[in-house]
Design a protein around this ligand. Structure first.
Ligand SMILES: [Zn+2]
Length: 325
C-alpha cells in the first residue's frame, strides 16, 4: 500500500480522531475545526483508500437527522514490527486499529550476524497488499534517520546499514529505531503520556523518553542511554566497555531485591533530573518479579506495562503505522 494516498495533515487528523472512537462527519468537522465540505472530501478519499468504513447511523444531537458514523477499517492497512533482541527475534503484525493480529518468536544463535536476522525475518514478513512496511527495533546506539546500527551487546555489529539491508532483502519500506523508543511508543499508543520514561530491563537496560508527548531521540539519536550511565565507580565491566554502568551493576546484583534497588536508585536520579510525572517498567527482568521493582520505587508514580513480551515489536510496528495518524 502506498502512503502517498494519505499524505496531508488533515487526512491524518481525521484518521486520528476516528481512531479514538466512531464519529459522524459533523463530529469530525467540529473537532478538527474543518468545514463540512472539506471533511466530506477527506472522508470520501479515505473510504476509497479502504482506511475508513461506515458503521450504521447515530442520532445527531437533537436535530433529528440520523448521521452515518465512521470508524477505521481494521483490515484497511497493516504493519509489521520486529524486535532484534540479544538471543531471539520477535515479529508481530498489527491491523490499522493497532490490534495485534499475529506474533512469532524465533531464537537467534549466539554471535548472530545481520544476515542471520534477515534470514529469520524473511519467512515471517509478507510484503505487498495493504502492508505499509516493517519497523525494526534493536539496542542502541543507532542513527534513527539513516537506520545504521551499532548495537551494544551484539559483537561484530558495527555501523550496519540495517534499514537498507532489510528493504533490499524484504522488498518493503523499513524504519529502524531503538528498542526502548519502540517500547515507549507502544505504551503511549494505548494511553495519553506526556513527560514519562519507559524503563526496560531485559537482556540490556534501557529507557524510552517521552517529553511533551513526543519521543525524545536527541541530536544523534543517542538519548535514553540510561543503562550506560555510571552508578558505581570502578564497578563491574559492562558490554559497552566501561565500568559500573547501571546495566552492569543491575545484572551483577546477587538477588532480585538488590537488582530492584539498583534500578530504583537510577530511576529516582532520572525523575529528579527531568521532572517526569510517570515511569513505566517493562522487560523480561521486570516481568519476572514486578512486585520487587514496584516496592523499590514506592515513592514514584510507577506502573508496569500492561503489554507482555511483545511490547517492543508492537512499538516497532507503530513506527510505521503511526505515520497514518
Ligand atoms: Zn555500559
Amino acid at each position: 500500500m502506498d502512503l502517498a494516498a494519505v499524505r496531508s495533515h488533515n487526512d491524518r487528523t481525521v484518521l486520528g480522531l476516528v481512531r479514538s472512537g466512531a464519529l459522524s462527519r459533523a463530529d469530525i468537522a467540529d473537532r478538527a475545526g474543518l468545514t463540512p465540505q472539506a471533511v466530506s472530501k477527506i472522508v470520501a478519499r479515505l473510504l476509497a483508500a479502504g482506511l475508513l468504513e461506515e458503521t450504521g447511523t447515530v442520532r445527531g444531537g437533537g436535530r433529528g437527522k440520523p448521521r452515518t458514523s465512521l470508524r477505521l477499517r481494521a483490515d484497511g492497512a497493516c504493519a509489521y514490527g520486529a524486535y532484534v533482541d540479544r538471543d531471539e527475534l520477535r515479529v508481530v503484525r498489527l491491523d490499522l486499529t493497532g490490534a495485534q493480529v499475529s506474533s512469532s518468536v524465533v531464537p537467534l544463535a549466539p554471535m548472530f550476524a545481520p544476515a542471520d536476522v534477515l534470514d529469520a525475518l524473511a519467512p515471517l514478513v509478507e510484503p505487498g497488499g495493504n502492508v505499509l512496511g516493517l519497523g525494526i527495533a534493536i539496542a542502541g546506539p543507532l542513527d534513527f534517520r539513516d537506520g545504521v546500527v551499532s548495537p551494544n551487546g551484539l559483537p561484530g555489529w558495527s555501523a550496519v546499514p540495517l534499514r537498507v539491508l532489510a528493504e533490499e532483502r524484504l522488498g518493503l519500506p523499513v524504519a529502524v529505531d531503538k528498542d526502548t523508543n519502540a517500547a515507549v511508543l507502544a505504551e503511549a499508543w494505548a494511553r495519553p503520556l506526556r513527560d514519562a520514561a519507559l524503563v526496560f530491563a531485559g537482556t540490556g537496560l534501557g529507557m524510552g523518553l517521552l517529553l511533551g508527548g513526543e519521543v525524545h531521540r536527541g541530536a544523534r539519536s543517542g538519548a535514553g542511554e540510561f543503562g550506560h550511565t555510571t552508578i558505581q565507580l570502578d564497578g563491574p565491566l559492562c558490554v559497552c566497555g566501561r565500568r559500573g554502568c547501571v546495566e552492569a551493576v543491575h545484572n551483577a546484583a546477587v538477588s532480585g531485591t538488590e537488582a530492584a534497588r539498583v534500578l530504583a536508585a537510577a530511576v529516582v536520579n532520572l525523575v529528579q533530573l527531568l521532572d517526569l510525572d510517570q515511569i513505566v517498567l517493562s522487560g523480561r527482568r521486570v516481568l519476572e518479579s514486578p512486585e520487587l521493582y514496584l516496592r523499590a520505587l514506592a515513592g514514584v508514580d510507577v506502573s508496569v506495562s500492561a503489554h507482555g513480551p511483545d511490547l517492543v515489536p508492537v512499538g516497532a510496528a507503530l513506527l510505521v503505522l503511526g505515520e497514518l495518524f
